[in-house]
Design a protein around this ligand. Structure first.
Ligand code: TRP
Length: 333
């Protein structure tokens, strides 16, 4: 039997190159080796977007189309919506008895996110809700409800997987061995740099290139990408190691990479020409993704069917888990 993979993504915006190279590119490969459940984590997205439900609803469909466009195949993997699996919410409540408030506040991911909120919204703590602080519990329910034993994630998510493992151990100790501890599968390229050279490409940072950007936007963004600041004239030698354009040539696997490197170093390659070459490569990369996106935009019913089907399959799993959980907890009346 194939091992089960569960991973999720919050529907808060379209996918950008950071998501693609950091996560979803490898998900496409994993579909062939594992039983994969990919969760559109709308409930988790609502923990800090509860006052903006339209945004989350719209992005559930946008994200699904993005995922299908990069090659998530509904015949291989199950693509489902978190809120349509009530067992996850139920399990979250049972798990919440097993986690102390102190432990939640100590979770490094939660801690960092709370600190970010405080800088954004002031120090009064008003913006930190019970639901938000508790989202690691809900994420543990996502993973275990679906019987996920392997969880592909980036580095920032490791404390959440660790917390899930603790919950599983505590559950098994108190109620008898019922659940399996998941393992993480760390992304090889966890953090993709932004066009501005910042360490992370992010929507809120305004430095992202989206998979659904049109040609004009791609050109504009690449033309503005950060290069070696010491290169002033077209034929100055430069350092590709600190150039975002070279960095993206690498990511996109330009077969001409060595030439790009040596010419840049030698000063025989101007930045404008180098950027134009990158634009061509990115356009080639985006063309099939755009074609698929166009197909799904024109066939919205199909997108809804894919989600319904994936959700049904996921729900069967979650119901099986719930039966065992309730028996162990002696609430199987
Ligand atoms: N917290 C993850 C993120 O922000 C998304 C997510 C939700 C997730 N549920 C999950 C990841 C379960 C792994 C497993 O990216």
């Amino acid at each position: 039997m194939k091992k089960t993979i569960l991973t999720g993504i919050r529907p808060t915006g379209n996918l950008h190159l950071g998501h693609y190279f950091g996560a979803t590119k490898s998900w496409v490969k994993l579909q062939d080796e594992y039983e994969c459940f990919f969760e559109v984590a709308d409930v988790q997205a609502l923990t800090d977007n509860f006052n903006n439900p339209e945004k989350i609803r719209k992005n559930v469909y946008e994200l699904t189309i993005d995922l299908l466009s990069v090659g998530i195949d509904p015949h291989k993997a199950h693509l489902f919506i978190q809120s349509k699996i009530p067992e996850i919410a139920e399990l979250t409540i049972f798990y919440s008895n097993l986690v102390t408030m102190a432990r939640l506040y100590r979770n490094p991911t939660v801690k960092t996110e709370i600190a970010q909120k405080k800088t954004l919204f002031g120090n009064d703590g008003e913006s930190v809700t019970y639901g938000f602080v508790g989202y690691p519990i809900s994420q543990a329910a996502d993973i275990t409800a679906l019987g996920g034993t392997i969880v592909p994630v980036g580095e920032d998510q490791l404390p959440l997987i660790e917390q899930c493992r603790e919950i599983v151990r505590k559950f098994n100790t108190i109620y008898g061995v019922t659940l399996q501890e998941p393992e993480y599968l760390l992304s090889k390229t966890p953090r993709i740099k932004g066009l501005d050279g910042k360490d992370k490409m992010g929507k809120s940072l305004g430095n992202a290139l989206y998979l659904n950007d049109d040609s004009e936007t791609v050109t504009k963004k690449i033309m503005n990408a950060i290069t070696d600041p010491n290169k002033i004239k077209k034929d100055d030698p430069a350092n590709p190691e600190i150039c975002m354009v070279y960095y993206y040539h690498q990511l996109i696997e330009n077969p001409n990479l060595e030439t790009v490197y040596t010419e840049c170093k030698a000063g025989s390659r101007g930045c404008v020409a180098c950027k134009k070459e990158l634009i061509t490569k990115i356009e080639q990369f985006l063309t099939p993704i755009r074609q698929k996106r166009k197909y799904y935009e024109d066939h919205q019913d199909e997108v809804i069917n894919i989600l319904n089907q994936g959700t049904e399959e996921a729900r069967i799993r979650a119901q099986e888990t719930m039966k065992q959980v309730k028996a162990s907890m002696k609430i199987d009346y």
